[in-house]
Design a protein around this ligand. Structure first.
Ligand code: ZN
Length: 311
């Protein structure tokens, strides 16, 4: 593993990505394109990710935003991946509104292979991918597949084929600059709709080679619609273009509820010993501080008995 340091001299862009949803080939296939360079850089900044950890989390978030675009209203989804590699767990949450957040167990991981970022070694290939969809029904929709390769584009192609019975083509790309931030980052997901024809499959098969180097396409075509045009000439129709962003809905109030759930005994111990508490959000690394007065307020709402009341 290479040691990686980063100098924080970065000009932030708008902190927004763009997601395009389109139909192509006479509306027999649907296409999602996501530009996630800002989302990935926000994750790098928040989690201090080294490049191959950033590549794996960024690609999972890219897939998350495209799957989020298949949802509606208040629906959301969680992707959990454990490939038994050095990065540990990868967790991403995305919703229908274009919000995405995510974290990994170990941020300081970097592997490259012939100067190419090595996602497979980083993630590992002996584990599972779990997708949990909250469709605001009584139960969650949960689907788990074994990791096939450790290559996220390939493994999610397998996921869509087996768990959602939707033949898909996924390509993901990234390019990092020497400061460890992403210069380009994004992905494309192409899915056959039920009335797709044999000739559509052949058409797409002929585009596989072009899509294989998605990083190159992202660098050459800064506007995603140019990639659509390159792939489908004029036989496409954009149905939605929306902004996507790294956004965590955590707050001091929400975590106060979490502290309250620890129970009176633990909180009163915390007050006696430390007189304060600190909570860090896994997803966005935001730090929330609670002083003694705030903890005493939380104690009122907590369940159970205080330590001195038990004895
Ligand atoms: Zn958060």
């Amino acid at each position: 593993m290479a040691f990686y340091t980063r100098i924080y001299v970065v000009k932030w862009r708008k902190n927004m990505g763009i997601l395009i949803k389109a139909l192509a080939l006479n509306k027999r296939i649907r296409v999602f394109l996501a530009d996630t360079v800002d989302i990935t850089n926000e994750a790098i900044k928040r989690h201090d990710l080294w490049p191959s950890a950033a590549s794996v989390l960024g690609k999972t978030m890219t897939i998350g935003t495209m799957m989020g675009a298949m949802l509606k209203g208040e629906e959301s989804l969680t992707i959990k991946i454990d490939g038994n590699g050095p990065i540990g767990n990868v967790v991403v949450e995305a919703d229908a509104k274009g919000n995405v957040r995510g974290y990994v167990s170990r941020e300081h991981v970097h592997f490259d292979n012939k100067q190419t970022i090595d996602d497979v070694t980083t993630l590992g290939y002996n584990g599972y991918i779990e997708v949990i969809k909250d469709l605001k029904l009584k139960d969650f929709f949960i689907s788990t597949i074994p990791i096939q390769t450790g290559d996220l584009a390939k493994d999610f192609t397998y996921y869509f084929a087996t768990s959602e019975q939707t033949p898909s083509l996924i390509s993901l790309g990234s390019y990092f600059t020497t400061d460890g931030f992403a210069q380009v980052f994004g992905g494309i997901l192409i899915q056959l709709l039920p009335d797709a024809l044999e000739e559509d499959i052949t058409y797409l098969e002929n585009k596989v080679e072009l899509l294989r180097s998605y990083s190159k396409l992202l660098k050459e075509y800064p506007h995603q619609e140019e990639i659509l045009k390159l792939l489908f000439n004029d036989d496409y129709h954009i149905i939605e273009t929306k902004e996507i962003q790294f956004k965590c809905p955590c707050s001091k109030e929400k975590f106060a509820g979490g502290i309250a759930s620890l129970g009176k005994e633990e909180i009163s111990e915390m007050i006696a010993k430390d007189h304060k508490a600190e909570v860090i959000c896994h997803y966005c690394k935001e730090v929330y501080h609670y002083n003694e007065e705030e903890l005493n307020k939380i104690l009122i709402y907590a369940k159970g008995k205080k330590k001195d009341e038990i004895n």
